[in-house]
Design a protein around this ligand. Structure first.
Ligand code: KG4
Ligand code: ZN
Length: 351
């Protein structure tokens, strides 16, 4: 019997331990998750420092770093969980979205592992993974809820209707919010990664630079949509004009003002969704969810409405494999297994 026929015949267990692999960007991450909720191991080997001098992630460097790190990450995860391969019920891997070369390392490795260990191979959407991080943060969390999905590649207000059904109420029509943080950071001369560095600088500044609050009102009926390219351009123009005139730039004030503009609209639209659709729970997902100002603002607004707020630890907002294990468990329960022809996808859709 070939690999896939054997896997298809294996029983699906509700009590299951999933090994998750994530290599979509510059983190080689492996985690072991029990029943979709309990983190038995969480290993992250980042190549971030190798990208700093280039001002952003260099795909080829990231792919090579995954190739070097992935076996160590798997071994360390098994050791951390005090488990062996026999305890693992399935291998979940990020299929996309992300950098293609980087994803291919994880997908190829996961295929080899699944074949060698004779385990089901579960392809996982990175975006759904970010959302599933909320299940790790609050063991009582159940859909339905609203999540603010805010990362380097995505910005959306998402209705999570049940464990498998999501509806995107609105999303960005151009740049993602994390991308805007990274680009503005570069304009301000801050190092990669831009998001955390803007947040740090913003702590010393005031919200006194007038910047547009993009799509705070309707855009062609897309009342939950976002746009970040205009905000980014406004910052670039502001910096350019001041520099031309030889005026002093207060970078901390620019960082603070940008952060407020970028984040306030996310919170505003999430709260609007909660009110209009009658949800009682809001969660944060994606790397920008690690932003302290976003975390404070959603708590402030959520408390006014008595909402349940699920805010994952910062390390589970940014890329990690625990979220892939959590989503992998859900897909495992459905028997969504791949055969060994599984390929990586640069783009995946949430809609
Ligand atoms: O989810 P993530 O780790 O990777 C993607 O799936 O894109 O998100 C990365 C993004 C980057 O743009 C990064 O600058 C941003 O999240 N980010 C932050 C913070 N930490 C990470 N943005 C604002 N404040 C932060 N503290
Ligand atoms: Zn991500």
């Amino acid at each position: 019997m070939n690999y896939f026929d054997k896997i298809k015949k294996a029983p699906i267990k509700k009590d299951a331990i999933i090994l998750g692999i994530e290599t979509s960007c510059d983190e080689t991450a492996v985690a072991i998750i029990k029943n979709g909720r309990e983190i038995l191991a969480n290993q992250v080997i980042s190549s971030m420092t190798e990208h700093v001098r280039f001002g952003g992630v260099v795909p080829e460097i990231a792919s090579r770093a995954h190739t070097t790190a992935i076996l160590t990450a798997v071994k360390d995860a098994l050791e951390e969980a005090k488990l062996t391969k026999d305890d693992i019920d399935a291998i979940a891997v990020t299929q996309g979205a992300g950098l293609l070369g980087a994803l291919l390392v994880g997908v190829s490795f996961a295929k080899a592992l699944a074949f060698a260990w004779e385990k089901p191979l579960v392809p996982v959407s990175h975006i759904r993974g970010h959302i599933a991080a909320s299940y790790l943060a609050d063991l009582t969390l159940e859909p339905p809820f609203i999540t603010i999905l805010a990362s380097g590649g995505h910005t959306a207000i998402v209705e999570v209707k049940d464990y498998y059904t999501t509806d995107v109420l609105g999303s960005t029509i151009d740049d993602a919010v994390g991308e805007a943080f990274d680009k503005v950071a570069r304009v301000l001369g801050l190092q990669y990664p831009g998001g955390p560095n803007i947040e740090r600088l913003a702590k010393e500044g005031e919200n006194n630079v007038k910047l547009p609050k993009m799509l705070a009102n309707n855009y062609q009926g897309g009342e939950y949509d976002f746009s970040y390219s205009g905000l980014k351009t406004a910052v670039i123009n502001y910096v350019h004009n001041k520099t031309e005139k030889g005026e002093n730039l207060n970078k901390a004030d620019i960082a603070k003002s940008f952060q407020c503009s970028a984040i306030d609209v996310l919170v505003e639209k999430a709260i609007k969704a909660v009110k209009e659709k009658g949800y009682k729970t809001v969660t944060l997902s994606g790397g920008v969810g690690a932003n302290g100002y976003l975390r404070e603002r959603i708590i402030e607004e959520g408390e006014k409405l008595n909402l349940k707020l699920v805010i994952p630890q910062k390390k589970y907002c940014t890329d990690n494999a625990a979220m892939i294990g959590a989503e992998g468990y859900l897909q495992y329960l459905k028997g969504n297994f791949a055969d060994l022809s599984l390929n990586a996808k640069a783009v995946v859709s949430l809609r």
